[in-house]
Design a protein around this ligand. Structure first.
Ligand SMILES: O=C(O)c1cc(=O)[nH]c(=O)n1[C@@H]1O[C@H](COP(=O)(O)O)[C@@H](O)[C@H]1O
Length: 230
């Protein structure tokens, strides 16, 4: 069976737990995501540990956001690990995004538009002209112009972003919660089936899978429900 288009967020406090989660979910999903918690503690070794012997794709979510020269150096430093995907913040601007794209030619650069944890009220306070979907579309368009081939947005904006950037750009949506699951610190959420129906190519799902007593079974259940919905 083809693995489901899900990136499981391995937000674990230690490498043993992350590697165990990865081994349990990889039969069911295409991708595992290593984020700041693991990378800042263990560094580059974490990639091989979560990959194991499987062919799972590794998504390195470092959300780089700095001046172009610094991001170029950071992207170059992790490019040798050959992650399938590396995130940068779209708000770093076009020159910064382009610096990442040029420094990691074998990695897909995904620009994070507006964090899925932010509400419209948060955006107002930050001073980002809303509504959220207008800001997301604006950041999506500038990111693609700067060479990003993937974008991260919430399921709420995914159809508007697809209309803005067309086919051929990979749309990645965190903020995904199966029906009835707690939203926790996520603000702009939808179910996995809805996110996929609205045009997402890859769903980022963490705690609804890793917080389950059986992460393998939780991943398999979401994957099966996605297969039924298409
Ligand atoms: O870039 C990301 O992956 C990301 C962007 C965003 O806007 N929101 C967001 O939640 N994420 C990540 O997606 C994951 C969501 O995890 P859960 O809320 O546990 O499903 C976390 O690892 C976040 O770091």
């Amino acid at each position: 069976m083809t693995p489901a288009p899900i990136a499981v967020a391995l937000d674990a406090p230690d490498l043993e737990t992350a590697a165990q989660w990865a081994a349990l979910v990889t039969p069911h999903v295409s991708t595992v995501k290593v984020g700041l918690e693991l990378y800042l503690r263990y560094g580059p070794d974490v990639i091989a540990s979560v990959k194991g012997a499987s062919g799972v794709q590794v998504f390195l979510d470092l959300k780089l956001h700095d001046i172009p020269n610094t991001v170029a150096g950071a992207a170059r430093a992790v490019a040798r690990l050959r992650p399938a995907i590396l995130t940068v913040h779209a708000a770093g601007g076009p020159a910064m995004i382009r610096a990442a794209v040029e420094s990691a030619p074998h990695t897909e650069i995904a620009a994070v538009t507006i964090l899925t944890s932010l509400t419209e009220a948060d955006l107002d306070r930050i001073g980002l002209a809303g509504p959220a979907d207008a800001a997301v579309r604006r950041l999506a368009a500038l990111s693609v112009e700067a060479g990003a081939t993937a974008l991260v947005c919430s399921p709420h904006e995914v159809s508007a972003v697809r209309a803005e950037v067309g086919e051929g750009i990979r749309l990645i949506t965190p903020g995904v919660r199966p029906t009835g699951a707690a939203t926790q610190d996520q603000a702009r959420v939808a179910t996995p089936e809805q996110a996929l129906a609205d045009g997402a190519d890859l769903l980022v799902i963490g705690r609804p899978i890793t917080g389950s007593p059986d992460p393998g079974a939780a991943a398999a259940a979401i994957a099966a429900s996605l297969r039924r919905s298409v």
